[in-house]
Design a binder for this molecule. Structure first.
Ligand SMILES: Nc1nc2c(c(=O)[nH]1)N[C@H]1C(S)=C(S)[C@@H](COP(=O)(O)O)O[C@H]1N2
Ligand SMILES: [Mo]
Length: 277
């Protein structure tokens, strides 16, 4: 996902065709520019903002459509921005191993072969299991971005994984109706929040859906070209480079969707729930 790095990586031939990175990123950049020019309603409609807007919980009842639009619009502004801004990318050669930081949820031994990702379908409440191979069968995405810890250090890391948005496009588990997401309007009809936990539930992260659908939010299984090690969150972790490290949950065990903001390990300890930077 960097101009200086080929999108194709060794060993990639047998995998499904890559999503054309250049196209996705060019579109995201166009959107970012537009968001600076001004949040026109036409722009929102084009992005699927209306569907998102209309799917948001309605606090004050329905009577005044205009007021509803204005309120929702102001809430959407920040979500829209998050979805379209991109974290800077770096040449692959800049990547280093970050320190192993944070062991919550990683203290017991994990058998990677027995591991399954448990995802609770928002519409039915049923849990569906995924193996690592299922995640690796999704389009493989590589990016070199900065991991920033709230404690003040940061490291450029090369990550490989599947976009969370590709996961939800393939498995529409966040949809209220259970229907596949409309590609023209991906956020319509989706749960507004995602709740991700380690298998033992000691560590847990909440994300808003626009952040989860951001093109750089990955379900990550490789770090600097190697499978994740235990300390860095094997077999699967989250990477979302517009946010601090606290949101990059290691050793994902379960994912669920919610109408209200899920609890978050560091937010409970007083940090900002969004943890963007
Ligand atoms: N399960 C789990 N994930 C976690 C943490 C943790 O304590 N437990 N710490 C977070 C913090 S604060 C940071 S900075 C990053 C660090 O990732 P790294 O150990 O791969 O460098 O992991 C995040 N993910
Ligand atoms: Mo951190």
């Amino acid at each position: 996902m960097n101009d200086e790095t080929p999108a194709q990586v060794p060993g990639d031939q047998a995998r499904p065709p890559l999503v054309p990175e250049a196209e996705v990123l060019a579109e995201a950049r166009r959107r970012s520019r537009r968001s600076f020019i001004g949040l026109g309603l036409a722009g929102l409609a084009g992005l699927g903002g209306w569907g998102w807007l209309l799917s948001r919980p309605n606090d004050a009842g329905i009577p005044q459509p205009l007021r509803k639009v204005l309120d929702a619009n102001s809430r959407l502004t920040s979500a829209y921005y998050k979805q379209t801004r991109l974290a800077p990318e770096f040449p692959r050669s800049r990547a280093r191993m970050p320190r192993k930081n944070g062991k919550a949820g990683l203290k017991t031994a994990l058998d990677p072969a027995a591991w399954r990702l448990q995802v609770k379908d928002f519409a039915t409440g049923r849990t569906q299991e995924f193996s690592l191979a299922d995640i690796q069968a999704l389009p493989r995405v590589e990016m070199t971005t900065e991991l920033k810890c709230i404690e003040g250090w940061s490291t450029v890391v090369n990550w490989t994984g599947a976009r969370f948005s590709d996961f939800l496009a393939r498995y529409p588990l966040a949809a209220r109706t259970g229907q596949p997401a409309d590609p023209q309007n991906p956020a319509a009809n989706l749960a507004p929040y995602v709740d991700i936990r380690t298998p033992d539930e000691e560590y847990f992260v909440g994300l808003d859906m626009p952040s989860a659908l951001h093109p750089q939010t990955l379900l990550c299984y490789e770090m600097n070209g190697q499978p994740l090690t235990d300390g860095h969150g094997a077999p699967l972790r989250l990477v979302t480079p517009l946010k601090y490290g606290i949101k990059h949950i290691k050793r994902i065990g379960s994912i669920a969707f919610a109408d209200t903001r899920p609890k978050d390990y560091w937010a409970e300890l007083g940090y900002d729930w969004d943890a963007g930077h």
